[in-house]
Write a protein that binds this ligand. Structure first.
Ligand SMILES: Cc1cc2nc3c(=O)[nH]c(=O)nc-3n(C[C@H](O)[C@H](O)[C@H](O)COP(=O)(O)OP(=O)(O)OC[C@H]3O[C@@H](n4cnc5c(N)ncnc54)[C@H](O)[C@@H]3O)c2cc1C
Length: 580
């Protein structure tokens, strides 16, 4: 059942598991994944609680090209960061999905896994080989349902089938609608080779080079955690209840188990009228999949976190876990724009074109609105020979891990390139760390979100080097006829200080924060969860979402969250099936 009100049959059920955050066990993903997998056991009663509304009937979530309309809408939590020192004290908007499926219902649909070394590093720092690339890959495959692109082109050569699965649940495809600069980027890659060499599959654990982007799109439509894990068949299970429009405010200590405080009581309330508060007990576990912000907020409001900071806010500290909300790692993003010096390029999208594209999508689920805007991605390293490494240590997980991602947006929504090519530049493995802290003891108050951008200058330098790498690519003969130039306001590429200042004034976030409840070895005195994702020092609380990643993978985060959630579901099943 799915309901936005607390039904009598919900109140009458004694739940084995409550999952918080509608990305199904990893509501991005995560919450929806977990709720789905646990309710496969008909003996277990599972309740999934989501603060936002259902995704059913929300048209804009279905059409990939309309994703920008979701940000700032009622399907977004609409957070704002605290002033970012590294951004010359600018505060920036920070969207998060407020809807079943979490961010996967509103995100940019890029499907990237990161490099094999990212997961081998997780295994090393947690002491659990289950997180290694070799062992996590089957969970990527369990999630993925590879399908042919909407425009009918043959994706042969744009991926390696060995590393993909057609048997999972979330659709993944190669690019769905061509854009004009694609052939130029491929030609330049061939001409220059080296760091720009063509990579057949950017998701096989070896990302470096330039390759086709993959996205969570199937048959022209967004595939989210909600559409893939909360299908009508899954929602028809007698033992799965989904409660939308309700916010979890606290987890409460119920008793003790195994010498540890047992957290098996959960408190929540309707989101629109925060009254009445409902409290229920859970037989087996509470699983927090509320994302980096939601999960941190619930833990801190419940007195689980840095005891001194909580006391200062008048919250009684009950579990002193100083790592909660700390160690946050987020990538910055910066767009460099190039003007096209050829006549006849389209200046702007007209309303007529938009209507035409929407008609096409409505009738055949094809056309420009099936595009995520970026068909090719470059994954680059700052060379070992660079003077940067005289001052800084390499923050990447290994030599096969890129420092920089470059997305090429050259008029995907037009048949000829618009007069500007936009290039998204992301420092993939930032050294800077930020935090989420409470503003007050009111669970409805948005917390302080501080990404700590450019606290380490290396992240700024990484973007600066990315700007120069793009310039090298555009100097290839393939781009000569475009006669590209940087806007007049853009500083000289030779002037480090001017370039850095320009980046500080114009950078944004990439929407991929992780690490606020990071995994660490069972006996470590840092980190928030053990390698099985159980919250340290208590019984009954598990965290399954982007918060647990100890380091951000070199890419976007929804695919890693799906893999974490799938593995977590197996871990939970194994434990509780053993207990019977
Ligand atoms: C605008 C945007 C663009 C992005 N683009 C991409 C991309 O192109 N590719 C990619 O890989 N990743 C992208 N991401 C990031 C990716 O979607 C997220 O990293 C991932 O989905 C996070 O999953 P999660 O399970 O950790 O949390 P979320 O997806 O944030 O899910 C948390 C869920 O919990 C709910 N919740 C929160 N607090 C409470 C509470 N107290 N009570 C009940 N429910 C609660 C939320 O409403 C939400 O549904 C993007 C994200 C955004 C916002």
């Amino acid at each position: 059942i799915i309901s936005d009100t607390w039904l009598p049959e919900y109140a009458e059920t004694l739940y084995d598991f409550v999952v918080v955050g509608g990305d199904l066990l990893a509501p991005a993903n995560a919450g929806a994944v977990v709720a789905n997998r646990l309710s496969e056991n008909p003996e277990w009663h599972v309740l999934l609680i989501e603060a936002g509304p259902t995704h059913v009937g929300v048209f804009d979530t279905r059409v990939p090209g309309l994703l920008a309309k979701l940000q700032g809408s009622r399907y977004d939590w609409n957070y704002t960061t605290v002033p970012q020192t590294g951004f010359n004290n600018r505060s920036i908007k920070f969207p998060r999905g407020h809807i079943l499926g979490g961010c996967s219902s509103i995100d940019g649909l890029f499907y990237t896994r990161g490099s094999s070394s990212d997961y081998d590093r997780w295994a090393e720092v947690t002491g659990d080989s289950g997180w290694s690339w070799k062992n996590i890959l089957p969970y990527f495959l369990k999630n993925e349902k590879w399908t042919n692109p909407a425009d009918g082109h043959d994706p042969d050569g744009e991926y390696d089938p060995t590393y993909h699965s057609t048997k999972g649940v979330t659709y993944v495809s190669s690019y769905n609608s061509p854009q004009v600069i694609d052939s130029k980027v491929i030609a330049a890659s061939r001409e220059l080779g080296g760091e720009f060499a063509y990579n057949t599959d950017i998701n096989d654990g070896e990302e470096l080079g330039i390759g086709w982007s993959h996205s969570t799109i199937g048959h022209g439509e967004r595939s989210s955690a909600a559409t893939s894990y909360l299908t009508p068949e899954v929602l028809a299970r007698h033992n799965l209840h989904v409660l939308t429009d309700h916010q979890v405010t606290h987890v409460l200590r119920t008793s003790s188990r195994g010498g540890m405080p047992s957290y098996r009581t959960i408190r929540f309330t309707p989101r629109k009228t925060p009254d009445p508060y409902i409290e229920i007990n859970v037989k087996k576990e509470i699983i927090l999949s509320a994302g980096v912000v939601g999960t941190t907020q619930i833990l801190l409001q419940s007195g689980i976190g840095n005891a001194t900071e909580l006391s200062e806010l008048g919250i009684k500290p009950v579990v002193d876990l100083p790592s909660v909300g700390k160690n946050m790692s987020e990538q910055a993003i910066f767009f460099s724009m190039y003007n096209l010096g050829i006549p006849g390029t389209i200046e702007a999208v007209t309303p007529e074109m938009q209507t035409e594209w929407l008609n096409e999508w409505n009738t055949t689920k094809t056309g420009p609105l099936t595009s995520i805007g970026v068909n090719l991605i470059g994954w680059l390293r700052i060379p070992d020979s660079s003077s940067v490494w005289e001052e800084y240590q390499d923050p990447s997980s290994g030599k096969n891990t890129p420092h920089i991602e470059i997305g090429f947006d050259g008029g995907s929504f037009q048949t000829t390139p618009r007069s500007t090519i936009a290039n998204a530049i992301i420092p993939l493995q930032p050294e800077s760390r930020g935090s989420i802290t409470l503003r007050s003891s009111d669970p409805f108050d948005h917390p302080n979100i501080d990404f700590g951008f450019f606290n380490s200058k290396l992240d700024l330098i990484t973007i600066r080097e990315g700007v120069r790498q793009i310039h090298r690519l555009y100097s290839a003969p393939a781009f000569a006829e475009y006669n590209l130039s940087l806007p007049e306001s853009f500083p000289s590429l030779d002037d480090d200080n001017a370039l850095e200042e320009y980046i500080r004034n114009n950078a944004d976030h990439a929407a991929h924060p992780v690490g606020t409840a990071a995994m660490s070895p069972r006996d470590a005195d840092w980190g928030a969860v053990d390698p099985d994702l159980l919250l340290k020092t208590v019984s009954g609380l598990r965290i399954v979402d982007a918060s647990v990643m100890p380091f951000i993978p070199a890419g976007h985060t929804q695919a890693p969250v799906y893999a974490i959630a799938e593995r977590a579901a197996d871990i939970i099943k194994e434990v509780w099936e053993w207990y019977g």
